[in-house]
Design a protein. Structure first.
Length: 267
């Protein structure tokens, strides 16, 4: 595994798991915290990860099929992604792990937890996909234009305008296309949920906190309570004046909530 230390202080490396070479960012020290990114992709050491790295050994892989990570032939569905990350956790020797996932990454985290919680210390799901609530429609991310998607991700329109104003390079466009293709493979039909996950979330026997932006237009906040009801002992924290990306829009509040939950279950 070759690793480069970037200006942010994290290492940027590639590691082979289950025959798939993936990009992995890692920084900080302390108890391990595995962060699973959303459909927009990873590969960026975001400020909220840097904040978490003040207390934890933060591991932020780029999912198979996303960004600079390889797309393995065996990756067909969200269940495969869950098993892949169980292999990663085992290969890296991670124990007493704090698992954090946002959106698609939250769905993957839940798929991990229903299969094997033995190495998990806590789980935090931030606006996770993965279940269906009858009568509560999600935003259709596959039909929105790129501009619609950006505007619908944020509650604060100034953040959306700033995101739309950033220049997009050809490499960015390639990564976005790759990410959208893999997201469609994982969540096209049924839309962004797994009926099997809903049946087995009672097996996620790990202290769990579910965090949601109250103004989420991608997956409405009305999903929070039903999601928590499927996981034994799960609690919910709502973040006001926030859309689908609390890790960007309300960074400090999200970091505080993750740390409070992780520290609250330490033994």
């Amino acid at each position: 595994m070759n690793a480069n230390v970037g200006a942010s202080g994290c290492t940027d490396s590639f590691v082979t798991i289950s025959g798939c070479n993936i990009r992995m960012l890692r920084g900080g020290a302390g108890a391990p915290l595995l962060y699973l990114h959303g459909a927009g992709g990873g590969g960026v050491w975001l400020p909220f990860l840097a904040d978490l790295a003040r207390q934890y050994d933060v591991i932020a892989p780029e999912h198979p099929g996303f960004g600079l990570s390889e797309t393995p032939d065996w990756l067909d569905n969200i269940q495969d992604m869950g098993f892949f990350y169980l292999d990663l956790i085992e290969q890296l020797g991670l124990k007493r792990l704090h698992l954090v996932g946002t959106s698609l990454g939250g769905w993957i985290a839940a798929e991990i937890a229903i299969r094997d919680c033995t190495r998990l210390q806590s789980m935090t799901l931030v606006a996770p996909a993965g279940i269906h609530v009858k009568g509560v429609a999600k935003g259709d991310i596959f039909l929105w234009s790129a501009e619609q998607m950006t505007r619908n991700l944020f509650h604060d329109p100034r953040l959306a305008e700033a995101a739309l104003a950033r220049p997009v390079t050809p490499a960015d466009e390639d990564a976005q296309m790759k990410n959208r293709f893999m997201t469609a493979r994982l969540g096209w039909q049924p839309r962004l949920y797994d009926p099997m996950l809903m049946k087995w979330l009672h097996r996620a026997r790990v202290p769990t906190k579910i965090i949601w932006g109250e103004q989420d237009k991608v997956i409405p906040a009305a999903y929070a309570a039903p999601y928590a009801a499927l996981i034994p002992g799960a609690s919910v924290e709502m973040i006001p004046d926030c859309g689908h990306l609390p890790h960007i829009e309300k960074k400090d509040q999200l970091v505080a909530a993750i740390v409070a939950h992780a520290e609250g279950v330490r033994t």
